[in-house]
Each structure stands twice: as C-alpha cells, then as structure tokens.
Design a protein around this ligand. Structure first.
Ligand code: ZN
Length: 298
C-alpha cells in the first residue's frame, strides 16, 4: 500500500485577515480550527501565538493556553513556532519551549530553521526591492542551543530548510547527533517576491529531492510562503513526501479564500486521488518517531 501522507496545517503564521478573513488569531479560534482540520484530514497543526488584534505574541502563557485548548478539542500533533525572525536572542526564542518543558503542557514539535537567508521582497512591477536589509539569521550555535532546549523539554525539532545549504546543515547536525532520526524536514518554498528560498515549482522541489541525504531516515514535507503549494505538492505526492498547506502562508484566491479546514480537505482529496491516503494523528506519531499520547502524559 502506498505510504500515507501527513498533512500539517499552517493555520496563521503572521498573516493578516485580508484578503482571507478566516485566519485564526485567539487561542479559542486556533482550537476551533484544530478540530475542523482534524475532521478534514490533518494530522499536525502548526501555529503562531497572536494577540486578539493579530499582532505577534511572544508570551509563553499564550503558547501554553493554545496547547491546552488544542489538546481539549483534537488529537492533532502540535507544532509550535519559535517566533521566526520577530524575536532576537536564542534564550528569548526558546523561552516558551523551556516553559512547556517545565509545565508539561508541551507541543509535540517545534520549528528550527537550520540556516540563514535574505527575506527582502523584490517587487517585480516596480523593479525594486521593498527592503534591503532583512536577513533571517540562524547560526549553527543557535541551532545547537535550540536543539538542546527542545530535547530537555521533550519537544521534537522540525527542521525547516529554505535552500539546499540548510539541508546540508541538517544532514551534518544529524550526523553529529544534535538532531535525532527519523527527522521531520520541511522544505519551505518562497513566492510573492521572497527570493531567499527555492521557487515553488517542480524544478525547485526536485532540486531539494536530488540533494536529500540517502543515508538518513527523513520524513519530508513541503510548504510555500506567499504562494500556491500545488507544484511542490505534486512532487511530494509522487515521491513519498508530506504536505504542509495553510492559509497562514497564502490566502488561496484560486480556491475562493477557503478556511484552513477547506484547504486541508482539498489537499487530502488530492492525496487520495494520487493514490495515497492521509495519515491519522496516531499514524503520524508513529512515522515521526514520537510517543503515542497515552505514554506521553506526564
Ligand atoms: Zn510558522
């Protein structure tokens, strides 16, 4: 039987509510979305804590409240952000993960970006860059520090790769024992004028695939910042990869500005049409080497 597809829904990032009004901000909205997305075929929810007005929240208590509320409404695996490039300083970035470890109200997974890249947006119509100094910096020291805090907290890192050098770093960090296998690796494609990652095209996805370490146990997934995931999804479905769509990344005008659940349903149907069923949260735990929920309770 064909390998099942793990769908991780990326519900909000720091996306505004226009043009797609369905982006969840509050803990209650994120929890409601988790229940709907589980019913639609998702196995993992990736979220960012937001204030009620949509501003980024870096308050550890907000993260704990969201984890508790999602657990109350769904069986989804929970994948937390580290605040991406909106927080500076390794200790601050890991603070809510450390707090999760202390409180035992913890996410299953959290994102670590295993390299650095430029995030300036190029406006092709105006023929100029909107900014010229936005670099997302993740030193190797930061990656090792975050990996250690996550290991202590009982949270598995999900390794985000924007370019092939990130993938090479992930390989080396697995090789040196910093990250454990099976690894959960996310290829982050970039559209919308962001040039710091691969384009979300068949070629952009195949470039990653050709450089995937052959001697490591890796479950890989695809996501696209500011663009339609379909080209990378096709490569993933054809080659044993997984899918990470979400209206946090892109409003999907092609699909009529759907809710996260409607978007998950679309990609779940696509996977089935491709001949691959979707993985349940428990099946995803098994594939990613995570403990089942009963044994995970502290
Ligand atoms: Zn995120």
């Amino acid at each position: 039987m064909a390998k099942k597809v793990i769908i991780m829904v990326r519900v909000n990032e720091y996306m505004p509510r226009h043009p797609n009004p369905h982006v969840p901000f509050t803990p209650a909205e994120i929890a409601e979305t988790s229940a709907e997305c589980e019913a639609a075929g998702a196995a993992i929810i990736h979220f960012h804590a937001r204030k009620p007005d949509g501003a980024p929240s870096h308050d550890a208590e907000d993260y704990l409240e969201i984890v508790e509320r999602i657990r109350a409404r769904s069986n989804l695996l929970i994948d937390s952000t580290l605040g991406q490039n909106t927080i500076h300083g390794d200790e601050k970035r890991a603070a809510h993960i450390v707090r999760m470890g202390e409180s035992k109200v913890r996410a299953d997974l959290a994102a670590v970006d295993v390299g650095s890249t430029n995030l300036d947006v190029y406006d092709a119509q105006a023929k100029r860059f909107r900014t010229t100094n936005k670099t997302y910096v993740n030193t190797t020291e930061t990656c090792i520090y975050l990996a250690e805090r996550m290991r202590e907290a009982g949270v598995k890192p999900h390794l985000t790769c924007w370019t092939i050098p990130f993938l090479r770093a992930a390989d080396a960090l697995m090789d040196s024992g910093v990250f454990q296998q099976p690894a959960y690796v996310q290829f982050a494609f970039c559209e919308g004028g962001i040039l710091g990652g691969h384009p979300c095209t068949i070629d952009g996805a195949q470039a990653f695939l050709r450089c995937l370490p052959k001697d490591k146990r890796i479950e890989w997934t695809v996501t696209c910042k500011e663009g339609n995931l379909l080209p990378a999804a096709a490569v993933a479905l054809e080659n044993g990869g997984h899918l990470s769509p979400g209206i946090g990344d892109y409003p999907y005008p092609e699909l009529g500005y759907p809710t996260n659940a409607k978007l998950v349903e679309f990609f779940a149907n696509l996977a089935r049409a491709w001949g691959r069923d979707v993985a349940s949260p428990d099946e995803a735990r098994e594939m990613l080497g995570l403990p089942q929920r009963a044994t995970q309770a502290a």
